[in-house]
Design a protein. Structure first.
Length: 401
């Protein structure tokens, strides 16, 4: 019934949800008398009730209680009351994580979890809710790196950052996982050289490096942080020939490829995106003859983005929309173009920008601050009730407890 709630840094937060069935607008005593059956009568509102006494005038079976009592219909009144039944009501509790970061017991942060309600028009049902932040709640951090040749001078900083992130994430939550992906650009002119020697070694003749690719999911999310550090350290550099990189292709795939990346349904999701260049955006691929708009779907085959030559780069608005839909927080750690990425960040909810420098402590601090921003707000929404429905929901909070 409820989804997409974020988290408030309080010991306990109490809500009440009131469900109203508003009944027919403009109902009156005459409106009651005009109904022909019990169901229609009860839908008029809480003042209309049905008398099912056998010896009773037909045109007056739907009326107010006071009028029914005048007609000696007191024991035959159909006037159902609103009811609330708790289907699932587990107590609030922290996650239980063993020394190997395996979840022994899932956290419960909101109670009740499932209810069944029966609403009589005009008579609200109140559901008391309690919320509390659980310790060791699942946190997933995915690290997307620009591994083009221009980043070779920053690779040591990226390795140091990866090591620092491992430690900080364990401080945030023992129930954490890390993954790693890398991007270059679309492997087609004019983004990379297409001579045979350039295809095999995009860094020729100055250096030797791997063939170019758009995006590869190098390491799905894992609890084994030592593997994460090694993967980052051993990641091969590649190259392209124009200035901007194709990182937004990778960023979108990392958000939408839920099972391939390994995102957990209930985790707080953070993507750390590092680069030293501007990013290609929607319409840039037209110069290479790629005119199909990005469809925003997952296209990872064997952990490699397979639609790189079939679809354009995503737009900033697509990235923003998907980040919001998937509740993903994005941190841009950039070696250059800080102002440009700050402008991009303005359009993406729950995003931040930091300078990738020799001392990576500022990026680690950004990750911590971004996590704290995720848990300081509770966003409670009720889904699945049409706007045209007679059901009205009111949410009230009590932060004093």
């Amino acid at each position: 019934m409820f989804s997409n709630w974020r988290f408030l840094k309080l010991s306990l937060l109490c809500f009440t949800l009131q469900f109203f069935c508003q009944g027919k607008a403009g109902a009156s005593d005459m409106k009651c008398l005009s109904t022909a059956n019990c169901s229609e009568c009860l839908l008029q509102g809480d003042h209309c009730v049905w008398c099912f006494k056998s010896a009773y005038q037909k045109e007056g079976r739907c009326d107010t209680i006071s009028n029914h009592l005048l007609q000696n219909c007191d024991s035959w009144i159909k006037d159902p009351v609103s009811q609330l039944h708790f289907v699932k009501n587990e107590s609030l509790k922290n996650a239980n994580v063993d020394n190997s970061s395996n979840i022994v017991q899932e956290a419960v942060q909101i109670t009740p979890q499932k209810v069944h309600i029966q609403i009589q028009p005009g008579r609200p049902v109140t559901i008391p809710l309690q919320f509390r932040i659980a310790e060791d709640y699942p946190v997933d951090l995915y690290y997307i790196m620009d591994l083009s040749h221009s980043m070779i001078d920053d690779q040591k900083n990226l390795i140091r950052l990866a090591t620092s992130l491992e430690k900080e994430l364990k401080n945030i939550s023992r129930n954490s996982r890390m993954g790693f992906g890398a991007f270059i650009d679309k492997p087609i002119e004019p983004f990379i050289g297409t001579r045979q020697v350039s295809l095999q070694n995009p860094c020729f003749p100055a250096n030797v490096c791997e063939p170019a690719y758009s995006f590869i999911n190098q390491l799905p999310l894992t609890t084994n942080t030592s593997i994460f550090g090694r993967k980052v350290a051993l990641a091969p550099i590649s190259g392209n020939q124009d200035g901007p990189e194709g990182g937004l292709d990778g960023l979108l795939q990392a958000m939408v490829c839920e099972s391939e990346i390994g995102w957990r349904p209930t985790s707080r999701k953070i993507i750390l995106y590092s680069t030293d260049a501007k990013s290609h955006i929607a319409s840039d691929a037209k110069v290479a003859g790629i005119v199909e708009p990005n469809d925003g779907y997952c296209h990872l085959v064997n952990n490699t983005y397979s639609y790189s030559l079939h679809q354009d780069y995503p737009s900033i608005s697509q990235i923003a929309s998907i980040a919001k839909k998937t509740s993903t927080s994005i941190i841009f750690a950039v070696a250059n173009y800080l102002l440009e990425y700050k402008e991009i960040s303005k359009f993406i909810p729950s995003s931040a920008v930091g300078l990738l420098a020799n001392d990576s402590s500022n990026i680690v601090k950004l990750v911590k601050e971004q996590y704290e921003s995720l848990i300081k707000v509770v966003n409670l929404r009720v889904l699945g009730i049409p706007t045209s429905s007679d059901i009205k929901v009111v949410i009230k909070s009590n932060c004093s407890q």
